[in-house]
Design a protein around this ligand. Structure first.
Ligand code: NAP
Length: 302
């Protein structure tokens, strides 16, 4: 396990997700250039229903990243009232389109649409979000396949920092299909070898679990849920949460924060991710990597 770095006034090393993400995006850009030399322009279709402000900003960030990485983006914006049948028909069309290598339907979807049906309709070869049951199955079985971007981004961040993972007592706070569950599966794969505990709203005495963690990963979506007293001295703290907290001092009326009470937690941890600037940029970098992998595989298959 990482040595305890905290001694009085010295606080945790702030993990720079932007820097690691930049490195990963450069690697993706180099692979994209090789594909372009072969006449293949990796292309991601991004489908957005409605105008949810958070979704709009995520989609714009993805489109900027595609451009910077030398890939093409097919930006498809539809009204929130679009019917499920029309959305499924669009996905079928994108599945057939050989110039589109990846398909991403921005979540959450409006209430009248069954998310599971939509995700399952995506061709697994184009499932760059890694949410299709085939991708989930491959992840659980330890087979090659698309890894979901946020969990993969967390793993890569830990690996880049050379945090010892084998045998590390790891607590994942959250069990959603998008983050907590795949992350726990990924970390407990044999080649990663962490010992993983998953916590959720049914967990009794949450702090008793988190205080045991060498690596604590918060993905609950609750601002301030993880306080310093819940963290073991010297632990590595990864904050996946992105919460909007009202703040009249900010022009936009809110500020972004994670699930961890950052300042006091940083005095206890050995490493900690900030929000923003920690896990978020890694999610996009891993998406770029998945689009490249999809384009390489489809290019090889002709
Ligand atoms: P979600 O679907 O709402 O799941 C939250 C999970 O946390 C659930 O399993 C829930 O337990 C658990 N939880 C909530 N409150 C809790 C509490 N007080 N004690 C213990 N467990 C609690 O959210 P999500 O999609 O997984 O996302 C989690 C957070 O990550 C959100 O803030 C989201 O914005 C953020 N996120 C960030 C990125 C990124 O790139 N940085 C990407 C995706 C998501 P139950 O299952 O018992 O309800």
């Amino acid at each position: 396990m990482v040595p305890v770095r905290y001694t009085g006034a010295v606080s945790a090393i702030r993990i720079n997700g932007k820097e690691t993400a930049r490195k990963k995006r450069e690697e993706a850009a180099a692979r994209a250039a090789l594909l372009r030399e072969r006449g293949i322009v990796p292309c991601l279709a991004v489908v957005l229903l409605g105008e949810d402000p958070a979704s709009l900003s995520y989609v714009s960030a993805k489109e900027r990243a595609l451009e910077e990485t030398g890939m093409a983006g097919r930006d498809i914006r539809l009204p929130a009232e679009t019917s499920e049948e029309d959305l499924l028909a669009l996905i079928a069309e994108l599945n057939r389109d050989t110039t589109v290598h990846g398909i991403l339907v921005q979540l959450p979807l409006p209430g009248h649409i069954t998310g599971d049906r939509v995700i399952t309709a995506i061709d697994p070869r184009k499932d760059v979000d890694g949410f299709h049951p085939v991708s989930v199955g491959n992840l659980v079985l330890g087979r090659p396949g698309f890894l979901p971007c946020t969990p993969h981004g967390v793993l890569v961040l830990l690996q880049e920092l050379e945090i010892p993972l084998s045998g590390a007592r790891t607590v994942v706070l959250g069990r959603s299909n998008l983050v907590g569950k795949p992350l726990a599966n990924l970390l407990s794969r044999r080649e990663v070898n962490a010992t993983v505990t998953i916590c959720h709203t049914g967990t009794r005495d949450l702090a008793a679990h988190t205080r045991e963690a060498d690596i604590l990963i918060a993905a609950a979506g609750r601002a301030g849920l993880v306080t310093a007293d819940m963290i073991k001295e010297g632990a590595v703290v990864i904050d996946v949460g992105v919460n909007r907290v009202p703040d009249s001092g900010m022009k936009r009326g809110y500020r972004l924060c994670g699930d961890v009470d950052f300042v006091p937690a940083a005095e206890k941890a050995s490493y900690i991710t900030p929000v923003p600037g920690g896990v978020g940029p890694m999610t996009i970098a891993m998406l770029m990597q998945n689009v490249i992998e999809a384009a390489e595989a489809q290019g090889a298959a002709g």
